[in-house]
Ligand binder design. Structure first.
Ligand code: GDP
Ligand code: MG
Length: 166
């Protein structure tokens, strides 16, 4: 099995940390500027039976100017052309406009979406359950997987879930 996985999420949710944990090295682009990464291969993770090609989705924000609109088109095409979308959120923060904007954008896609609730090491289990309820009301997700990208909790499970969609 082989397939493309797009990673989407507002800045600082842990996209690069997740990639680094999976790939075991500092390969993901580490930048504070949301628009510096166009859709590019972040890394390839290979197991005995599968190959996962992770694609970074360019910084998504409300289009304010031409470049913004162009980037949105690139992002939409990326989302359409991948087998799975990993939508990463920071579960330690309330859902914000950045997350809601991405959710609006995801409403038009038929690609399976895995909601990744990252930073579970920072939240009480009761709050994790509350956050799951909040997000469940926003969109129909194929899967919801809580992880800590920093500590590595449940990352193996997430990889298994991704594999099942390839
Ligand atoms: P990105 O902008 O989405 O690529 O986010 P980064 O991967 O750069 O992470 C932003 C910040 O969140 C960094 O300081 C990370 O160390 C931190 N971070 C990422 N994942 C976790 C996590 O699971 N738990 C905690 N506590 N911090 C995390
Ligand atoms: Mg990053």
């Amino acid at each position: 099995k082989s397939g493309f996985i797009s990673i989407i999420g507002r800045p600082n949710v842990g996209k690069s940390t997740f990639m680094n944990k999976v790939l075991g090295q500092k390969v993901a682009i580490m930048s504070d500027k949301p628009q510096t990464t166009r859709n590019k291969i972040q890394g390839v993770y290979t197991t005995g039976q599968s190959q996962m090609i992770f694609i970074d989705t360019p910084g998504i924000h409300k289009p304010k100017h031409q470049l913004g609109e162009h980037m949105m088109k690139v992002a939409r095409n990326t989302l359409r052309e991948t087998e799975v979308i990993l939508f990463i959120i920071n579960v330690a923060e309330e859902i914000g406009r950045g997350d809601e904007f991405i959710i609006e954008m995801l409403k038009n896609t038929t690609t399976p979406i895995i909601l990744v609730l990252n930073k579970i090491d920072l939240v009480h289990p009761d709050d994790l359950i509350k956050q799951i309820e909040v997000y469940k009301d926003t969109l129909e997700f194929s899967e919801i997987v809580p992880i800590s990208a920093l500590q590595g909790n449940n990352v193996d499970k997430l990889l298994e879930v991704i594999e099942s969609y390839l």
